[in-house]
Ligand binder design. Structure first.
Ligand code: OS5
Length: 231
């Protein structure tokens, strides 16, 4: 039987999910809080990792190895790069990279270390289900590349580097690390984000303004996807 891991990075990203589900059991582990839920016969564990790749990797691995989750869904916000992505719009990642991983001094491409790969893919099956849900609900969703790094990007220079180097459509601070953990542990992974800012000089201001509404857009779409999964 499927046990779903549902992740965000910030409390605001999982708040609308926790508000939707009833009878939540709280478990503390490794300096984090995990929320166990049964939703129409589906077992789920919900958690926010805290910000950045290290915390996100720890939480993803914990959800899989300690809690026994066999499918991982991430919901949250991102900075937009693709000009078709406006604030509030949805993107699902078909592949992700680490834009701040740099051993180019040794002749390797940006985002690559030996034993790894520049891009890690997400589950084609989950992405297909998500696109069906989008069509059924008349939602505009872009499928594309998400770049992850331990930086809140708020400059056109850094944004241009990430766009030209990785052809990324959006950026954030956790997705690729979660996808790497899932890939290594053979767990289907789905990374969903709604745009909160466009990673430019106004990003800090826009992020504060739109974090809650964009996190809600992402969470509401994820709930529709979960409803489809349980059928
Ligand atoms: O989880 C981080 C990545 N998220 C996606 C994202 C993003 N990533 C990189 N660059 C961008 N332009 C992005 N836009 C969206 C969002 C999140 C970004 S870091 C947010 C930090 C927010 C914050 N930190 N401190 N406070 C707010 C106030 C505070 C102070 C003391 C105690 C608690 C909160």
């Amino acid at each position: 039987m499927t046990k779903l891991a549902i992740m965000g990075a910030m409390e605001e990203e999982i708040e609308p999910l926790l508000a939707h589900f009833e009878n939540v059991q709280v478990v503390e582990f490794a300096k984090n809080t995990y929320y166990e839920v049964q939703y129409n016969g589906l077992d789920m564990v919900i958690a926010y990792s805290k910000i950045g790749k290290v915390f996100a990797s720890l939480t993803a691995a914990t959800l899989i190895e300690k809690f026994g989750c066999d499918t991982l869904l991430f919901s949250g916000v991102a900075g937009g790069i693709n000009p078709d992505l406006k604030i509030g719009d949805l993107i699902i990642a078909n592949k992700l990279c680490q834009h701040d991983l740099d051993i180019t001094a040794f002749g390797h491409p940006n985002g690559y270390v030996p034993g790894g790969a520049v891009f890690v893919e997400t589950s084609k099956e989950l992405n297909t289900i998500a696109k069906e849900v989008a069509i059924e609900n008349n939602l505009k969703v872009i499928e594309g590349t998400i770049a992850t790094g331990d930086q809140f990007v708020h400059s056109n220079e850094r944004k241009a580097f990430i766009e030209t180097t990785f052809q990324a459509d959006a950026l954030e601070m956790e997705g690729a690390s979660v996808a790497v953990v899932c890939d290594a542990l053979n767990v289907p992974c789905f990374i969903l984000r709604a745009i909160s800012d466009t990673a430019d000089m106004d990003a800090g201001f826009d992020f504060d303004e739109f974090l809650k509404s964009s996190a809600k857009n992402s969470a509401e779409y994820l709930i529709k996807i979960i409803d489809k999964l349980k059928k």
